[in-house]
Structure formats: C-alpha cells, structure tokens
Design a protein around this ligand. Sequence first.
Ligand code: DOR
Ligand code: ZN
Length: 346
Amino acid sequence: MKTITIRRPDDWHLHLRDGAVMEGVIGDTSRHFARAIIMPNLVPPVVTTADAQAYRQRIMEVLPEGHRFQPLMTLYLTEHTQADDVEEGKRSGLITAVKLYPAGATTNSHGGVRDLDKVMPVLERMAAIGLPLCVHGEVTTPEVDIFDREAVFIETVLDPLRRRLPELKVTMEHVTTKEGIDYIKSAPANLAGSITTHHLIINRNAILVGGIRPHYYCLPVAKREHHRLALRAAATSGDPRFFLGTDSAPHVDPSKECGCGCAGIYTSPNTMSCLAHVFEQENALDRLEAFVSLNGPAWYGLAPNEETMTLVKHDEQAHFPAKRETGAGDITIFDPMFPLHWAVAD
Ligand code: DOR
Ligand code: ZN
C-alpha cells in the first residue's frame, strides 16, 4: 500500500454559499482543509467589512463539531467600495484579499466592476497596505469568444492594470490557459495563480462530446487539451507561483440541469483523491505538498499548517457518493471519469 503524508492543505478559492447549501457542503471542505479563501459572490454580495464579519459568523455557526477550520474572508469589489473600509478589514485581520469580478463575468457578478478607473483609489490603497487582489480573469465583451476570454483579459485588462500599478499583488484565479500560465511565469514576484482540481482533469470535450454535460460546465470554461497539459505541468512543477484554489462551486442540480444552467463544479469531497491521482500520473507525488499546502500560505504571507494529512492508495476503488444531499436539494459531486484509488486516511 502506497501512502503519502503532507502538511494539511488549504483551499485558496472556495464557494461556500449561505444557508442550507452552506450547511450541507461545509463539512466536505473542513474535513480535509485547514483554511480556505471564501468567495464573496453571495446574493447580495459580501461588499463591506461588516458584511464579511457577519458572513464569517454564519460560517462558524454551521461548522461541524470537532472540525478546526479557518475561513479567510474576502470582499467583493464594487465601484462603491471604500478604501478606508478595506484597510480597516485588513488591519483587523478579518480580510485576506479583495475579489475583482468583471461585471457579468460569472455567477452573481452583475454588481462587479465595469470601469477600472472607478476602483483605482481602492486598488492603490491595497497596493500601499499589501492586500492582494484576487482576479476573475475574463473579459465580458460580447464579441469575444468565450474560449478566448481569459487570454484577451490578460492582454487588455490585467497587463495594463499591472503596468499602471506595479506594486499591486495579484492572484490570477483559476487559470485555464497556457497563456495564463506563461504570463504568470514571465511576471515579477507580485503575480501568482491558483489552479482548480477539475481544470487539471477535464478539457472542453468533457462538456460537449456525446451530449451536453452540465456538471462539467464552469467559468472560466475548460479549454483545449494543450491548455490542460500546461496547467498540469505548472501545478506539478513545484513552482511557488502556483497553488490550489478548487473553485468548488455547489449549485443544486435543478440549477445545473436546465435550459440555462449555472456555472460551477462541486469538487470539495474528492479533490484530494483526484489531486493525488493527477500528481502520481505526472510522477510528482513529492510535489503535491507544495501545490496544496506550502505555496498558497507563502503567497498570502501565512505559516503553513502544522498538522498533517495522510493519503493512502488502496487496491480497491475509493467510492464517493454521486451527490451531496443538502436541505436545499442535491448537489452532484465531480466525477473525474477515472476510478479513484487514493483516499484521505481518517
Ligand atoms: O464556475 C464558476 N462558478 N465560476 C465562477 O467564477 C463562479 C462560480 C460560482 O459562484 O458558481
Ligand atoms: Zn469561483
């Protein structure tokens, strides 16, 4: 039996939602992960430090007994965000990052940013106090093909912004393209990228071949195979600029299986099993710890976790339920389309 022991991992991009869905899904993260950056795209979004404080409290109230888990809170950047409020959030230790959603880019992003000029005072303050900006890197221009939206964002939005404000620390979240990987590698030390579990496993065929499969639809949408290979090479390289952000994004099944389904893949329950499989396939099990437990904390200026996690490769298949049942309805769990043999030891 093969085993590997690593420091306990963190998830640097997670959607926990609120209410009954949050209550149903939180244990899938807090069972394995010590910390997670919590996305603020609730309805209404988490815009102020007071909103984040209240949301954090709701999270702690539904945390399962005996789980030690630290939610790292973010603010949803709007054109009305106040620099003083952001600074206060960081100084109090509550706020780990601010999230930029270009308006209309994804789920609950209509309150996001349309005009970057309007948020420059906030971004300048963030640069001054060393607070990172987490970026959903896709343009929303209707003329731009959905598969090109990340590459066009880098060229027309991210690179100009970074030239305008070189001191700003930016996390390019859920990178899905070779262009994204190359851009991060070519940048100075104040740019890093998170990579999801599912983008290491699926390419766009998963969504479209043999029928339309809504449970593989997310944003940024999975791209061609050569992009997936670039992501795998980056994630398994040990390069400190790349770390795990699952973007695990639960939606109840009726919201996915319909005429206009929501974007989001729910990977929290089997993410660690999937990643051990991927890293073993790439002969990089010795670099799994860097990707899931070391590079993220170093980037966010935090200490790595002291506790450890052991993963065991069993001869038999590790079984996960097809769905997570919640008080709001069932949520389909990511199916990697290969048998999983790695499991987190209890
Ligand atoms: O697939 C996605 N789902 N991408 C996002 O950017 C948002 C997320 C969600 O909130 O459902
Ligand atoms: Zn997300």
